[in-house]
Design a protein around this ligand. Structure first.
Ligand code: GNR
Ligand code: NI
Length: 172
């Protein structure tokens, strides 16, 4: 069990363009374990490696009620299946306390590798489609607040930097 600290917006490290995984080794296995531990602890339904400050193209997700169906996506690619768009309220562990509607493609094809490097494909809709797109955005340095107006984004940024300042002065 190695729960890691989650980076919070507007931390500039969340803007990193993450690197593909080339070696499917013990390091990758440990990273995936840490990510799952951190996601379940939070709790959240997904996590991208950069959220724990590892700039690699690795995602974990678990959308099951019982939190017993971990999904791992290494080097994922998303293809829009052009079945329209849908607006769903999103949250992010790196933007704690804010939930806002984001419009995204409704149905996507995911091409990815598993932790051993084997390639697989998966058609996704509903929450799986929302979550994988949210996570792949993280791998490209994008956060869901980027879809909001500048005014709304700035309001969230100000609240989070002020919240952090309050916390730091209390623990100091
Ligand atoms: O836990 C999470 N919930 C969530 C809800 C709606 C849309 C996307 C998400 S992903 C989020 C976890 C997270 O921040 N992943 O990057
Ligand atoms: Ni997120």
């Amino acid at each position: 069990m190695a729960v890691q600290k989650i980076l919070t917006y507007p931390d500039p490290r969340l803007r990193t363009l993450c690197e593909p995984v080339l070696e499917f080794d013990k390091n990758l296995e440990t990273l995936i374990e840490d990510m799952a531990d951190t996601m379940y602890d939070a709790p959240g339904i997904g996590l991208a490696a950069i959220q724990i400050n590892v700039p690699k193209r690795v995602i974990v997700m678990d959308l099951s009620e019982t939190k017993s169906q971990l999904q791992v996506f290494v080097n994922p690619e998303i293809v829009d299946l052009n079945q329209g768009t849908r607006e769903v309220e999103e949250g992010c562990l790196s933007v704690p306390g804010f939930f806002v509607p984001v419009k995204r493609p409704e149905k996507v094809l995911i091409k990815a590798q598993d932790k051993l490097g084997d390639h697989f494909e998966l058609e996704a809709d509903e929450m799986t489609a929302v979550c994988i797109q949210h996570e792949v955005d993280h791998l490209n340095g994008k956060v869901f607040v980027d879809y909001l107006s500048r005014m709304k984004r700035e309001r969230i940024r100000n609240k989070l930097t002020k919240a952090r300042g309050d916390f730091e002065s209390r623990v100091a």
